[in-house]
Write a protein of this length. Structure first.
Length: 361
């Protein structure tokens, strides 16, 4: 076996020349000249992210196999590259792709229509060529061949249509059929707007009706009590002091803790920081709590006071025989309720009070 340098180089050259035809062409690898560069950049970034992730996994496997726990500069560089590619994809490509979604869909739809039209033209040309060849072969069957060619062409058009027309199966109504009078009216050159049925706009509900249709809200305190005290399933308790808010005046409810956990999970998974609530949002959220304190609704107290007022007014209207009359009798005393106020009665009351005072002494 010849192991000289010249023979090795010649063998290597022969191998490379034989492998060159099997390589893909540049047209299939390079992006098209009239394509969308954003999608090409997205593919390149995603491919780089996957390559870096594969290298990171390989480094972790090798370190675990060798028993090394300390990561070197190469691992740190891989982590930085992963974060950089992820930020490019999330912060750069995704917002631009959302903005250009309509244009991208429009371009893709146009390309699909063009390809479909090319297929239709090729099929029609093939059918016409077959019909022409058949007509040239026999002069006696020329007419029949032309009919067959037209029928086959119509069949190909029907077969390659975008979709069937369901409107052709329905019978047109009298309102949609044009009449001679309408045509004559339209031919005079005067524009007349189309007749459209009047549409009633929705009217806003009155505040009284909205208040009547409003249903009572669920009590968060009762839900937490049922979940904590009456349920036999184990529950995770928050850390002591982590639920205290407003300077110790209140505690976070289970719903608030759940919303905070969802917010934290979203921020960590998407590498973003959500904005805090503005003053207007906090004021709006506070305004929605009608008479709420401590997670409870205290509107029933106000409704009870309103009932007492209504009963009192009803008694005043019905007279002394109703409940309001008894209330008025308990509040006010008439002149002759506890005896006379003049004459001998005044002296009797004075003597009675004098005897009681002497007994006490």
């Amino acid at each position: 076996m010849d192991t000289s340098l010249a023979s090795i180089l010649s063998g290597l050259t022969t191998s490379l020349e034989s492998a060159i035809p099997a390589l893909p062409t540049s047209d299939s690898i390079l992006p098209p000249a009239n394509g969308i560069t954003l999608l090409d950049a997205k593919n390149e970034l995603f491919l780089s992210y996957l390559q870096t992730l594969a290298l990171r996994n390989l480094a972790v496997i090798r370190s675990a196999k060798d028993g090394k726990t300390n990561s070197g500069n190469f691992d740190d560089q891989l982590v930085r590259d992963l974060v950089k590619h992820r930020v490019y994809l999330e912060k750069g490509v995704r917002p631009l792709e959302d903005r250009l979604k309509y244009q991208i869909d429009k371009v893709v739809r146009a390309a699909e229509d063009e390809a479909r039209g090319a297929v239709q033209k090729a099929a029609v040309a093939k059918q016409s060529a077959a019909a022409a060849a058949a007509s040239a072969a026999s002069d006696d069957e020329e007419n029949s061949d032309e009919d067959d060619g037209s029928d086959s062409e119509a069949d190909s058009d029907d077969g390659l249509a975008f979709r069937p027309n369901p409107g052709a199966l329905t019978r047109p109504s009298e309102a949609t059929e044009p009449t001679s009078s309408k045509r004559e009216e339209a031919s005079d050159g005067i524009y007349r707007p189309p007749r459209i049925n009047a549409t009633t706009m929705p009217t806003p509900l009155s505040p009284r009706r909205e208040k009547g249709d409003r249903k009572p809200m669920r009590s968060n305190t009762i839900d937490e009590y049922v979940a904590d005290e009456l349920s036999g399933a184990p529950t995770a308790q928050p850390s002591i002091g982590s639920t205290i808010t407003a300077g110790g005046r209140r505690d976070k409810s289970a719903r608030e803790r759940r919303e905070e956990a969802e917010r934290t999970a979203y921020e960590e998974s998407n590498l973003v920081r959500l904005p805090k609530e503005s003053k207007k949002e906090r004021a709006k959220k506070g305004g929605n709590k009608r008479g709420g304190f401590g997670g409870e609704e205290w509107d029933l107290l106000g409704q009870g006071i309103g009932r007492i007022d209504r009963l009192t007014k009803k008694g005043e209207r019905t007279g002394a025989g109703g409940v309001g009359g008894a209330l008025e009798r308990s509040r006010k005393r008439k002149v002759d309720d506890d005896g006379g106020r003049g004459g001998v009665d005044i002296g009797r009351d004075f003597e009675r009070r004098k005897k009681r005072a002497m007994r006490r002494n």
